[in-house]
Design a protein around this ligand. Structure first.
Ligand SMILES: Nc1ncnc2c1ncn2[C@@H]1O[C@H](COP(=O)(O)OP(=O)(O)O)[C@@H](O)[C@H]1O
Ligand SMILES: [Mg+2]
Length: 414
């Protein structure tokens, strides 16, 4: 191989190193085994001795790199690699590269991360606050309503605008408070009614006894007559209290009906024979129509009480010479006891109220008929407890028909 006489190895090395140095943006030095710089991409150190620990190690055959932090240059990476020829170290390549750009970039990234972290913390704080507010608002609303209810405002409502579980809870809460309020109103009405109903006979007794006390005459007959009136008022008081106790018992025994398999036709016969004298006294034709023998599981005594109340009414509110007809039949899943009379009837506007406690269409006449206004309420309660219904059709001066319907399923499973 012929070598161009103009070829200079030192010059060639220098140009190559310079070009690499530019490529990798670092300073490159080639040293011989005496640590003398043979070539420097910066020219500065050429022919000078350079003794860095990295170079010393490289000349011992060990590549070495480390990072230095210089006051004026900043972070610099030193790398020294041995140059070997036939297994022997003949020199070293030394590269020094500024890490400032990398450190700057890392610094920038760290700054950005710090800002992002701060922003995240801030955002999370705002979100947490908003969410806590979102959660606590409805709870505060519930607490406010519950406190009000505890103070006696039972119909208190909760208003939730969101459309979530709280809304469902608020709906349930409002249904409960409305119901509680209704029950409370009913309770107050009931107490007021009971007081009123008890006061009426008591006032009569008081009036009668006072008249007797101020009586100048000593006519035994007058005393007897007054005492008879007092006696009947006491009977009335007893009747009201008995009926009230039945109602209270029904409330208590809601879940403990004494179900027995009962032939309703036999039960009706018993009721008819009990009420027949009353009907005969008013010359009322008490007719029966039981074609079928129908058996069902009911609380026998309570059902008897309910039917008696309705048949008794039919006789009571039918003028002399009228007709009352009791029939029994099966209709789908129900046993029906129909009680039909051709008596005074019930005005349309009174029909929705006749099952209310103490309600009587004709209050004035009620005293002469001896009603307490609780009979239908008791009957209704008993039939409802058996999952049954009572329906009424009535026309004034033509008569009324009551349908007591009890499902065959009543009492099953008990
Ligand atoms: N068969 C009926 N015919 C006409 N009115 C009736 C009949 N049954 C019930 N009523 C009316 O319904 C009211 C309530 O009945 P009820 O609760 O049994 O009370 P009462 O003690 O007055 O009989 C009665 O006062 C009466 O005005
Ligand atoms: Mg009655």
């Amino acid at each position: 191989m012929r070598i161009d006489p103009s070829f200079n190895l030192g010059k060639f090395l220098n140009t190559t190193i310079k070009s690499y140095s530019e490529d990798i943006n670092s300073r490159i030095l080639i040293l011989d085994d005496d640590s003398i710089v043979k070539s420097d991409s910066n020219d500065k150190f050429t022919d000078k001795i350079l003794r860095h620990v990295e170079i010393t190690n490289a000349l011992k055959g060990i590549s070495h790199s480390s990072i230095h932090n210089f006051e004026e240059l900043g972070y610099v990476l030193y790398i020294a690699v041995p140059i070997k020829y036939e297994g022997k170290v003949i020199g070293a390549t030394f590269i020094s590269s500024s890490l400032n750009d990398i450190y700057d970039t890392v610094g920038e990234i760290t700054d950005k991360l710090r800002i992002i972290s701060m922003a995240s913390i801030f955002l999370i704080a705002i979100l947490s606050f908003a969410f806590a507010n979102f959660l606590s608002k409805p709870i505060e609303e519930f607490t406010r309503a519950i406190k009000k209810m505890a103070k006696g405002k039972l119909g208190c409502k909760v208003e939730i605008k969101t459309n979530d579980e709280f809304k469902h809870l608020a709906n349930a809460f409002n249904i409960m408070s409305t119901k509680l309020n209704e029950v409370d109103i009913q309770r107050k009405d009931f107490v007021a009614n009971v007081s009123h109903e008890l006061r009426t006979p008591l006032s009569s007794i008081k009036l009668l006894s006072e008249s007797l006390l101020h009586q100048q005459e000593e006519d035994v007959n007058i005393y007897r007559e007054f005492l008879k009136d007092i006696d009947s008022e006491i009977d009335r008081l007893n009747k009201i209290i008995d009926d009230l106790l039945v109602l209270v018992d029904l409330d208590k025994e809601k879940l403990s009906l004494n179900y027995q398999t009962t032939y309703i036709n036999f039960l009706l016969e018993k009721i008819i024979s009990r009420l027949l004298p009353l009907a005969e006294k008013k010359h009322i034709d008490l007719k029966v129509d039981f074609k079928e023998k129908l058996q069902i599981k009911v609380d026998k005594d309570k059902i008897q009480q309910a039917i008696i109340n309705i048949v008794h009414n039919a006789i009571k509110y039918t003028p002399e010479g009228g007709v009352v007809e009791v029939s029994l039949y099966s209709e789908g899943e129900y046993i029906v006891v129909k009680v039909k009379d051709n008596g005074v009837g019930i005005p349309k506007e009174s029909l929705p109220h006749i099952f209310d406690r103490f309600y009587r269409v004709d209050k004035a006449r009620a005293r002469s008929t001896g009603g307490t206004g609780l009979g239908l309420s008791i009957a209704y309660q008993i039939i409802t407890l058996h999952q049954g219904t009572i329906e009424v059709e009535s026309e004034v001066n033509k008569g009324s028909t009551f349908y007591i319907k009890i499902p065959y399923s009543s009492g099953l499973g008990s």
